[in-house]
Ligand binder design. Sequence first.
Ligand code: PLP
Length: 377
Amino acid sequence: MLACMDRAGNPSSVHAEGRAARGVVEAARRQVASLCGAPPGDIIFTSGATEAAAMVLRAPWRCIVLSRIEHPCVVEPVVASNARPIELAVGEDGRIDVDHAQRLLTRHARDLAGERGSSLLVVQAANNETGVVQPVAELAAMAREHGLSVLVDAVQAAGRIGLDRDALGADFMLLSSHKIGGPKGVGALVAREGQVLPPLLLGGGQERRRRAGTENVEGIAGFGAAAQAALETRDVEMERVGALRDELERRAQEMAPGTVVVGYGAPRLANTTCLALPGAKAETLVIKLDLAGVAVSAGAACSSGKVGQSSVLAAMGLEPEVAGAAIRVSMGHGTTHMDVESFLAAWRGAVDARLARAPRRREAAGAITATIETTIR
Ligand code: PLP
């Protein structure tokens, strides 16, 4: 990335500087392609997964089948579109219910049956709040039987579990660089070369006329390097991080036995855990942990500094008391055992504070009761 910043070449220019920049972009395209088992020609670089999703979802789909645990970058364009949404059910463990999906597709077979590929299934490979891995290949196979195209949001799964576009049965895939340790503001849409989508941005003929605008060469170089590193280190790294995650969950539960590990028992990404400390408030936990130097998010995290109700946890049927107490802890290549210790020390502080508040709440309740009794007397 630093080398690219020193060079002025535009990948569309024919001079040597331009050709050098083109070389960087094409090398990164091959690296990103290997991460998801697609040929390099199917990678379209974008400003992130949100843009990639918009490119697919603005096409005139007839029906879009999706669940409530999808990321807002998918849900919002579907809501804004003229497509008819058809909702998949989610189990308590955070996984999309495959049996329900089969019945749903059969029930809606007439609506879905238009020209082949005129309706779409949208499914994420793994959830961003719980890390729960979704039964993508099974859902995609069913969807294809009903003539649907398939969009897989692979943002969270990339670099953490194996991804093979054809084995998953995806027509389109979304990728985001910063989730695999690359720079922010760059991502990709993976789409078969012949697949025609109405372009989102009109202008130059970049990305084989599929995404206009000068390529973000520095960002793309970083995305490619991160994809290669993720591919090379994934298995060892996920085993290491998974062991840290398991220890963190076990000890957090020992400190506060009521702690809920959301999605426990379902297949999950090794780097993500969603912990709820009933009786606590997620926002307070986030602040307490932040003061202790530990960066975690509350539920759905926040796009604009606000913490909203998590639609993912609501879709799983979690009681509001549990959902409102849930924080998401993510780990990465930089996470060490010391970080887990720091988290647990801060967690202990939060647990103790909750316990200390409990008698005060009881005393306060007692005082109020006494006041009411006196007033009545
Ligand atoms: N999909 C999932 C599952 C995500 O977690 C995110 C970002 O957090 C996105 C899509 C959007 O990615 P981007 O920020 O690159 O647009």
